[in-house]
Design a protein around this ligand. Structure first.
Ligand code: SAH
Ligand code: ZN
Ligand code: ZN
Ligand code: ZN
Ligand code: ZN
Length: 490
């Protein structure tokens, strides 16, 4: 099973009586450990920075056995640093009226005219206008110093799509986590929506006095207490206020961490508003190929066909030479029913009357699967041997019982990365499934077809075990912490 061989990353839930994690300058660290089979003492488990994988950016490392009570209470004061950032902000504001104001793009500091000389060999953005002050991501250099920080900004169509969704859904408060351009867009153009920005980019201090908190989304850590309190107040809602979380995390960020943070904020929202347990509406921007990881953490999240484009990413866009043939691979994952999202016809989406929702124009409805099956922006084709729709360039491998890339297919390697349609675990396909093998000792499987799939559970033709409507007759499924255990009945 996959999860048993993989390094586990434990999210630091701070207030829940779980053992605390030591802090680094970026807040509570993550616990990295190999899962043990029989609850053995952890060997080689350690704590490390939640935000930076790169040792040059944060070198915190502590083996579990090294942790002392003193280490656990140690906090890193960033007050002086924060005070300095806030001072820069005041400087910007005070000069804004009359004087010209500049911004050094190399040092990331605002400059008064007389301060320019120290930056003579740097690239300076001159005469920062009111408009740019309210739209910092339109002139700042995207932070890309680190895989984790990767800043990619939405194009205008994406911004409009999101704001139209908010309007349709009656959302009038948005928590923008790692979405500074959307935050600016909402503040500048959508007066019916209040927005609060949570971002790791310290430069946002230069542009916002309120509705911004310097924040780490990998551990739900606020660097500044005053900002944290302001955020708490933002979460407090009157009966006419409808709030949602919008997040566009760096794609290198682990889904466990994002999900942990989304849960923490939802919990805080419920506590502040004295609600029992109400889910918060979520838009989580992430690539389509991470669908499985997102759903493993948050099984109710569904992927919407809308392709999210960025202005500063050569392949996550539909424009320019390098734009991918199939368009951007980035999608919206949401717990809002997909039926409620209106995708723009003029951007090549259509309404599918059978699915009763909008899907991409190239995503042709399949009557056998009874859905619009495409995930990646191409037109899928139905394979009768797989019993489902597959990418158009795929060919069917009988050994694997799957369609797959024509070139460089190696059955063994391929199967190791598949999820079994019977037991739902990764690492084998159905004929290699131990559960099924145990079962078919009692009732040997007969009958195989060259033309059509035969379900190993119900023996009927035309669908696979995953899609079998009789599944629950044969299998008992126990869901626990995002994974499913499956056993044959009787
Ligand atoms: N498309 C968005 C920007 C997404 S880029 C927009 O146009 O508004 C990812 C954002 O996440 C960046 O702004 C980056 O500063 C922020 N970020 C990266 N790591 C983070 C972390 N650990 N915690 C919070 N924000 C983070
Ligand atoms: Zn189909
Ligand atoms: Zn096939
Ligand atoms: Zn094969
Ligand atoms: Zn069946």
């Amino acid at each position: 099973m996959e999860s048993q061989s993989k390094l586990q990353i434990i999210y630091p839930y701070e207030e829940e009586g779980t053992p605390p994690h030591p802090h680094c300058p970026h807040g509570p660290t993550l616990l990295f450990k190999m899962p043990t089979v029989d609850g053995d003492e952890q060997i080689g488990a350690y704590y490390a920075c939640s935000a930076h994988r790169d040792k040059h950016l944060c070198n915190f490392y502590m083996a579990v056995e090294e942790v002392t009570p003193k280490q656990l209470t140690r906090r890193y004061e960033l007050e002086e640093y924060i005070a300095e950032l806030k001072k820069q902000r005041r400087k910007l504001k005070n000069t804004h009226e009359g004087d010209k104001l500049h911004y050094c793009l190399d040092c990331n500091v605002p400059l008064l005219p007389e301060e320019q000389s120290d930056h003579s060999i740097h690239e300076i953005f001159r005469d920062v206008s009111e408009n740019f002050m309210h739209n910092p991501t339109r002139f700042l250099r995207p932070l890309q110093n680190d895989k984790v920080q990767a800043q990619y900004f939405f194009d205008n169509r994406a911004l409009n799509f999101f704001t139209n969704c908010f309007l349709d859904l009656g959302i009038n408060k948005v928590v923008c986590i790692g979405a500074p351009r959307l935050h600016a867009h909402l503040r500048n153009t959508c007066h019916y929506v209040k927005s609060f920005l949570l971002d790791f980019d310290y430069r946002m201090f230069h542009f916002y006095d309120d509705c911004f908190a310097w924040y780490n989304m990998c551990n739900n850590h606020f660097f500044d207490d005053a900002q944290r309190q302001e955020f708490d107040e933002f979460l407090m809602c009157t009966p006419t206020e409808h709030i949602m979380i919008f997040t566009d995390p760096p794609f290198g960020c682990r889904t466990e961490l994002i999900a942990g943070t989304l849960r923490q904020i939802t919990r805080l929202y419920n506590a502040i508003n004295q609600l029992p347990h109400q889910p918060l509406a979520i838009f989580w921007i992430f690539p389509y190929f991470s669908e499985h990881h997102v759903q493993q953490e948050m099984p109710h999240m569904r992927m919407c066909d809308y392709k999210v484009n960025y202005t500063n990413h050569t392949s996550y866009t539909n424009v320019g030479e390098k734009g991918r043939k199939l368009g951007s691979p980035v999608r919206v994952f949401t717990n809002i029913p997909l039926e409620l999202l209106h995708l723009p016809i003029e951007e090549e989406y259509k309404y599918c009357a059978s699915c009763q929702r909008y899907t991409a124009l190239e995503n042709r409805h399949c009557v056998k699967c009874n859905m619009c099956p495409s995930k990646n922006g191409s037109t899928y084709q139905h394979c009768d041997l797989c019993g489902c729709c597959v990418k158009p360039n795929y060919v069917h491998c009988k050994t694997c019982r799957r369609c797959t890339q024509a070139e460089e297919h190696e059955c063994e390697m391929f199967q190791a990365n598949q999820y079994c349609w019977i037991c739902l675990q990764k690492g084998h396909t159905e004929f290699g499934c131990i559960e099924w093998r145990k079962h078919c000792k009692h009732t040997p499987f007969v009958g195989c077809s060259d033309k059509e799939i035969i379900c190993l559970l119900c023996r009927r033709r035309g669908h696979n075990e995953r899609n079998c409507t009789q599944r629950s007759k044969y299998l008992e499924e126990f869901k626990f912490l995002g994974s499913t255990q499956v056993k044959f009945k009787g």
